[in-house]
Each structure stands twice: as structure tokens, then as C-alpha cells.
Design a protein. Sequence first.
Length: 80
Amino acid sequence: LVIAGNMWGAEVETTRYDAGTGLMLFGDGKGGFKPLPVWKSGFYAGGNVKDLKILFNKTMKKKWILTGVNNSKMQVFVID
């Protein structure tokens, strides 16, 4: 499970919600999940993330995570 996102479009009276850096969770096959730290996963998706897409590169036989960040460049992460 891969999650990311922040909410920068909060009301004027409320500060933006921007502490999220993305997270990878690995399932144990029994319904439980364990987080993988960023230093181990390499997945750091800060900013105003609006969308994620996981693609499989058949040539490299690896998964790619694409992150769409509002008003910024797309990020690409390769998963072994």
C-alpha cells in the first residue's frame, strides 16, 4: 500500500496540512500492515501530492511510482 498527500487548500483561518511525506506499507498476507521507513524505501513524496500511479516496467521488471504534485514536477520512484 502506497499513500501520499497533503492539503494546501485549507480555509484562511486554518493552516495548511503539509506534514505528509508519503508512506509505504507492506502486507503480511493476514490483513496486517507494517510501515517501511523512508530511509529504507527511498519513497519521499512531500509537497501538495494530488495523485499516485503505480506502473510496471516490463523491460526493467520493476515497479514505478509516479507522483503528481500540484505546481511542481512529477516525481518517479523505482521499486525493486
